[in-house]
Design a protein around this ligand. Sequence first.
Ligand code: ADP
Length: 268
Amino acid sequence: IIDVLVGYLLVGERREQAIAFALDVTERKQVERQKDEFLGVVSHELRTPVTSLKVFVQTVQKRLKKSGDDENAELLGKMGAQIDRLARLIAELIDITKLETGKLQLSALQFDLSSLIDEVIEEMQRTTTHHSIRKEGILSISAWGDRDRIGQVLINLLSNAIKYSPLADSICVKMEADSEQVTVSVQDFGLGIPQEQQEQIFQRFYRVEEKDRETISGLGLGLYIAAEIIKRHGGKIWFKSTPGEGSTFFFSLPLQRYPSLMEEMEGA
Ligand code: ADP
């Protein structure tokens, strides 16, 4: 609106151009907003049936196990894993709309980062049969932040390490700290990231286009969301990768309570 008003203050041909441009920008912003709202509504609507589907599948799986029908119980287990994947994709879409509309709220509490890492490793280990995830580094440290959201960053990094190392079996999570910050790394020995695409991988919806990963699915949102969460904790996220050898993703978190995290929480 301000752009349109400025356009009216100009004279002659430039005025016409400025107004046309400003209206175009306003219209585009409106379309963007409508798209975000649409995505938000659709993803929320999808979440409910997927959640109940998971409960039904788990119930039937338990019954089958009880009656000794292991074969069908295993089949339902696989169905459950696919429902989890669907739920994660929907959660990514919900998060993206929250990020775009400034509605992603973070709470700030002190929590034991080490036990969070243990929990996530246990959860992710259950999703893969041919990878072994091990933990190295310091034993216990507490950090400030939103425990669930930091857990989500770890899940994203570990699920990528699993997804993009189809032929390797080892994944290593490491935790190191100095007096100011703690750094967590997730190392895999998989496909790696082509040099010329390394700059783009944190962008929204960006996916590496290579023959070797055509069959690996995803929306290209995991790293973007992880980076936003870490940034809003006052931390950093980065990686090192050699194509054909593997990748290590790092994130650091300040050990002190990050001021804007609290402001966000209080203002939310
Ligand atoms: P998605 O996995 O859904 O495509 P992400 O945002 O998590 O989206 O990752 C973006 C891209 O970065 C992926 O398409 C993938 O090619 C590449 N990538 C991410 N993590 C790794 C990894 N550990 N090893 C190799 N490539 C990776």
